[in-house]
Design a protein around this ligand. Structure first.
Ligand code: NDP
Length: 339
């Protein structure tokens, strides 16, 4: 009753590709409500997850139209709902995937969008943990089951092991009984990876990187699987590190897109290669529900703890991404939408 839906909202967007300087924090229209469908609802956003993928869109590695409002995931309270929305009450907190979530209000469709209802009594700490884990946690849970099925005793190489995805990988791989070899750019990051479950660590720019990683594995045979998010700069090294019959999962472009690959290069060691994206594993509602239930359970049981580097105000995203792109952050960065 005291709530007036605004026609304008603050958002982070860009109108041309480039560095962090092209980011704008300004007013855009809120989602229209006069044509709200019976199965749609409006969420007032509270927390927003930052992911490195935003930089791929901004730089033009992935093409977009302009203006482009950033954002993939967020959480917040339901403020308006259509009459066919039955399992969700006003004021319930939802944690969800939605493009353009670097803003204050989004429209969700209960049939089409992926969300978790965490109720109206969710504590602020829990809401932060759930928001901070949605995209990166589901990435790890799907990748350790489906991109390669990690087994107890496997030797696994985890790149950017102190980053958002990386710190979750350490913990989940450990829960699966794997031996985790973590790599990152500084000693401090390696220490953090160790605290989160890594068994062995090596600096990514170590001149003997390949042989050091292999030396942690039995008979120097190499890793059962390599999860490589750096892309271009490390791809060849990753191929060398995979053992005979092992799997290379290339899943990010932090250093640029991997060069085209001659498929014959895989036969020397009968290597399998995968280039997955999260959404291909959670397209169906059943798939999303399965993995998101597992994620919430791991967090509630404190088997998985999301390391939140800092919660920035939405308008501070340009500074936050600068730090991230200078490789000065660890764990997850969150944004808080303006009230
Ligand atoms: P992170 O928090 O891991 O930050 C990126 C990290 O990458 C940095 O901390 C840094 O770690 C490393 N890095 C190396 N070179 C660069 C560079 N030139 N610019 C920026 N970072 C660099 O980010 P996220 O957790 O959001 O993502 C991790 C990776 O996983 C990304 O590559 C992302 O694209 C990928 N990803 C892929 C998904 C998929 O579906 N395929 C889903 C989610 C994430 P260090 O200093 O230790 O090298």
């Amino acid at each position: 009753p005291n709530f007036t839906y605004p026609i304008k909202q603050r958002a982070i967007f860009f109108t041309e590709n480039g560095g962090p300087e092209v980011l704008k924090y300004d007013y855009i229209d809120t989602p229209k409500i006069d044509d709200l469908k019976p199965n749609e609802l409006i969420v007032k956003i509270k927390y927003i997850g930052v992911n490195l993928i935003e930089t791929y869109f901004r730089k033009g590695i992935y093409k977009t139209s302009f203006p482009y409002v950033l954002g993939r995931e967020a959480s917040g309270q339901v403020v308006i709902k259509g009459e066919e929305v039955l399992d969700i009450d006003l004021n319930d907190y939802l944690v969800f995937f939605k493009n353009e979530s670097f803003s204050q209000y989004v429209k969700l469709s209960v049939n089409q969008d992926k969300y978790i209802n965490v109720g109206n009594a969710c504590s602020d700490d829990s809401l932060k943990q759930y928001t901070a884990s949605l995209l990166q946690g589901l990435t790890v849970l799907t990748f350790v089951n489906e991109a390669y099925n990690v087994k107890e005793g496997d030797y696994i190489l985890n790149y950017a092991a102190a980053g958002g995805v990386g710190l979750i990988f350490n913990q989940v791989l450990k829960l699966k009984g794997a031996k985790v070899i973590a790599t990152a750019s500084t000693e401090e990051k390696l220490q953090l990876a160790k605290k989160n479950g890594a068994d062995y660590t090596v600096l990514v720019n170590d001149p003997d990187f390949v042989s050091k990683v292999k030396s942690f594995t039995p008979d120097n045979r190499g890793c059962d699987a390599v999860y490589d998010s750096l892309g271009k700069d490390t791809f060849d090294k990753s191929l060398e590190i995979v053992k005979r019959k092992g799997t290379l999962i290339s899943y990010g472009n932090a250093t640029g897109t991997v060069e085209p690959l001659l498929i014959n290069r895989l036969s020397a060691k009968n290597i399998k290669i995968a280039r997955p994206q999260l959404f291909g594993y959670i397209t169906e509602k059943e798939e999303f529900d399965h993995y998101s239930k597992e994620l919430i359970k791991l967090i509630d049981e404190k088997k998985l703890c999301i390391n939140i580097f800092k919660t920035y105000d939405l308008k501070e995203y340009p500074e936050a991404t600068k730090l991230m792109e200078d490789r000065k952050t660890t764990g997850k960065l969150l944004l808080k939408a303006p009230e």
